[in-house]
Design a protein. Sequence first.
Length: 231
Amino acid sequence: MTQNQEMKMQLLKEFAINDEPKTVDFCREAFKFLTEDENRGIPKAPISFAEPRHAKSENNGIYLIYEDNSYAFYTKDSDTNNVKYIGINHDGHAFAVALKDLGRFQLLKDDVECPEKSDFYVRRECDALNDWECIERTKHIQELGTDIPLKDGEYIPALPMVAAMCYWAERGLNEALEAVGGEPLDMNSNYWSVTEYSSIGAWGVYFYDGFVYTGTKYGSYVVRPVAAFNF
């Protein structure tokens, strides 16, 4: 039993010291009181981006993700040692942001030809901004042929992830990146997403004004990798 649980148990004993019978509801609430909030902040197992997110929107914000996979909400007083990613929780969608840009890359090599039709293509902006899947999309781009050098467990972000990075850049994300020795997002650059628009185009975001656009897959734009964040 943890120290926190022992303190809670002592409180429960004080409430239960009388001889009055306890209702089922009381027992349920007592159990909830005893066990809630234990292990908060320690991911139990890795998950994929495609699985439903259970992070509540009231927990929106920027988090520091440490080498041991624990995490903490970012403040100016946070421990900035041994941080491997910066986490974002954006309206229930949680993901991790790499500490530095990879640089400018074409999404695809010059000699790659994409099929005219594909289930990966998303033509409407409203649809693209609500499709958070990036694992299978990144694998698809890699199979077609790309020079983007990703580490194991890292992916090219889907369009809503790039848009969320742009949104949070001046709301604590860039500050956190600098605090841990990372590289702030370049607010004057175009950033690639892995969300494809057509055989020749893909979605991206211009960080200067937050404009969402489609560009040719053979154009050079900045790539900031993402990873899973088990919030």
